[in-house]
Design a protein around this ligand. Structure first.
Ligand code: ADP
Length: 464
C-alpha cells in the first residue's frame, strides 16, 4: 500500500519535531535537576560550615561550643526536611550522632573527606544528600563531621517532572502528527484540484484551463505552467489538423485531374496525339503528387529520428559546390560570390543545410525569368557568417512575407499562373533552419526580386 503525500509529509515533520522535543525535554530535566540539587547542596554547605564551627574533637573527645544549639529541635525531632549529623573518628567509627538518625548511620567515605562535595545515599529507608568535613584541632585532623539532609522532596520533584515529561511526550507526538496531517492535507488541497481538473481535460476539451488559485505562489506558478502547456498542445493539435486537411486537399486536386483525364480518355477511342496529350497531363498530375508526397515526408522527418549527426562544414566550398551543381542541373546562370577572407566552419548536419540551400535556389530559379541570373553569396555580417540567395524575379507581396513559411501557402498570383509547386518548400526550410541553429531573413520587392539570407548562430560556429 502506498502512503499518501500528506501522510509522508506529516510523518517526516513529526519525526523531526519529536527528536527536537526529546532534546528539549532532556535539557529541561537536566537543568531543573541540576538547579534543585545545586541549591540543596548550597544549603547543606551552610549547615556544614555552621556546625563545623560549633563542634570540636579534642584528643578523641567531642566538645560543643554551644550545647543548647546542638540539641536544638532541628536535629532531635523528625521534621519534614531535617538535618542529620554524625561525628566519626579517623577510622570512620561513629562517636556521636543526632537523635533523628535513630538506628541509622551516615556513611563515611575517607576519599571524599576534604572535597566539600555532596552525594546522594540511602540511610535506612530514606534517601539523603550528604557532605563531610574534617574536624581539626591544633592543625591536626581528629575526626570527621558528616552532615546530611533529606533528599525526599527533591527526589519527589524530579520524579514528578520526569513522569510529566514522559506522559506528555506521546500526547504531544500524537497531537503533532494529527495537526501536521491536517495542515499537510490543507496545503495540498489546491494540487488535488489541479489533478481533478487535468484528469477531466482530454483532446475533446483541450480549450479548458485549470482555474488559477488566488495567490501567486508556487502552486499558482504550477497552474500557469500547466495552462501554458495546454495552450501549446492545443495550438499543436490545431496546426496538425490544419496540416492534415491541407495535405489531403492538395493531394485531392491532382488526383481529380488524373481521374478526369483518364475518364475523358476511356469515354471513346482517341487519336494518338490526343492520347499523348492526355497521358502527358496525367503524368504531370502524378509528378505533382509524388513531389508533394516527397516534401510531406521530408517535412515529417524534420526533428524526428533522435540525435542529429553534426559535421564540420566549410561554408565557402560547400556553397560553391551546391551553386555549381544547381547551375549545371538547371542550365541557368547561378553565380557564386564569396566575401570570406578565411575559411569558416560550422557544426551542422550537411544534408539539412544542403536541403535548405537547394530549396532557396530552386525557388529563386522558379520565380525568376530564364534570362535573369541568380546570385548565391557567402560572407560575414556583424560577426555572423551568412549565405544569401538573390534573384531578380517576380518578388513577394508585403502581405505574403509573413505567410510564405506556412505549410501549403502559395501567393495567389503564383496559383493563378499555375507555377508548379506544393507550398511546402519554405515550411521545410523554416523547420530545418530552426533545428540547425540558422536564422532565415527575407527581403523582397514585388516585381523586382527577392533575397533570402541564412545567418548562422554563434553556437554552431566551429572554434578553430
Ligand atoms: P512552392 O515554391 O512550392 O510554392 P514554397 O514554400 O517554396 O512553396 O514557397 C511558398 C511561396 O512563397 C511560393 O508559392 C511563392 O509565392 C513564394 N516564394 C518563395 N520563394 C520565392 C522567390 N524566390 N520569389 C518569389 N516568390 C517566392
Amino acid at each position: 500500500m502506498t502512503t499518501s503525500y500528506k501522510e509522508r509529509l506529516a510523518r517526516r515533520l513529526t519525526w523531526v519535531t519529536s527528536l527536537i522535543i526529546l532534546v528539549v525535554f532532556g535539557i529541561i530535566y537536566f537543568v531543573v535537576s541540576y538547579t534543585v540539587v545545586h541549591s540543596q547542596d548550597r544549603e547543606l554547605l551552610l549547615e556544614v560550615e555552621e556546625h563545623s564551627d560549633e563542634i570540636f574533637l579534642v584528643n578523641g573527645e567531642i566538645r560543643f561550643l554551644n550545647k543548647d544549639e546542638w540539641q536544638e529541635q532541628e536535629h532531635s525531632q523528625i521534621q519534614l526536611n531535617p538535618i542529620f549529623i554524625e561525628i566519626v573518628d579517623l577510622e570512620g567509627k561513629s562517636m556521636d550522632r543526632s537523635p533523628n538518625l535513630g538506628e541509622n548511620h551516615l556513611s563515611f567515605y575517607p576519599e571524599r573527606a576534604g572535597t566539600k562535595e555532596a552525594w546522594t545515599l540511602k540511610t535506612g529507608s530514606r534517601e539523603v544528600r550528604q557532605m563531610q568535613v574534617p574536624l581539626r584541632y591544633a592543625g591536626k585532623t581528629e575526626g570527621y563531621l558528616l552532615v546530611a539532609q533529606s533528599f525526599d522532596d527533591t527526589r519527589e520533584l524530579l520524579t514528578n517532572l520526569r513522569n510529566i515529561l514522559v506522559l506528555l511526550y506521546p500526547v504531544i507526538l500524537v497531537s503533532l502528527f494529527l495537526t501536521m496531517k491536517y495542515l499537510a492535507g490543507k496545503s495540498i488541497e489546491p494540487i488535488q484540484k489541479i489533478i481533478q481538473k487535468t484528469n477531466q481535460i482530454s483532446q475533446s476539451n483541450l480549450n479548458e484551463r485549470v482555474p488559477l488559485p488566488e495567490q501567486n505562489d508556487e502552486i499558482g506558478q504550477l497552474t500557469r505552467s500547466i495552462n501554458e502547456l495546454l495552450s501549446r498542445l492545443e495550438q499543436a493539435l490545431v496546426r496538425e489538423k490544419q496540416f492534415t486537411s491541407d495535405a489531403s486537399h492538395e493531394l485531392r486536386t491532382p488526383l481529380a485531374v488524373l481521374r478526369g483525364t483518364l475518364e475523358v480518355l476511356v469515354r471513346k477511342p482517341r487519336t494518338s496525339e490526343e492520347y499523348i496529350e492526355k497521358i502527358g497531363t496525367a503524368l504531370g498530375s502524378i509528378d505533382r503528387m509524388s513531389a508533394m508526397i516527397d516534401q510531406l515526408l521530408a517535412l515529417a522527418r524534420v526533428g524526428v529520428g533522435g540525435e542529429e549527426f553534426l559535421e564540420e562544414v566549410e561554408l565557402h566550398s560547400f556553397t560553391e559546390e551546391t551553386t555549381l551543381k544547381a547551375s549545371r542541373d538547371s542550365g541557368r546562370k547561378v553565380l557564386f560570390k564569396s566575401y570570406l577572407q578565411i575559411p569558416v566552419f560550422v557544426q551542422i548536419n550537411e544534408k539539412s543545410l544542403s536541403m535548405i540551400l537547394n530549396n532557396l535556389i530552386q525557388n529563386a530559379l522558379k520565380y525568376s525569368k530564364e534570362d535573369t541570373e541568380v546570385v548565391v553569396s557567402v560572407g560575414i555580417h556583424q560577426g555572423h557568417p551568412f549565405i544569401s540567395v538573390e534573384d531578380k524575379g517576380r518578388g513577394i507581396g508585403k502581405e505574403s512575407l509573413e505567410k510564405i513559411f506556412d505549410s501549403f501557402y502559395r501567393e495567389p498570383d503564383v496559383l493563378e499562373e499555375v507555377i508548379p509547386g506544393t507550398g511546402l518548400g519554405l515550411a521545410i526550410v523554416k523547420k530545418l533552419a530552426l533545428e540547425s541553429g540558422i536564422k532565415v531573413e527575407v527581403q523582397s520587392e514585388k516585381g523586382k526580386g527577392t533575397s533570402f539570407t541564412l545567418f548562422f548562430e554563434e553556437d554552431i560556429l566551429s572554434k578553430s
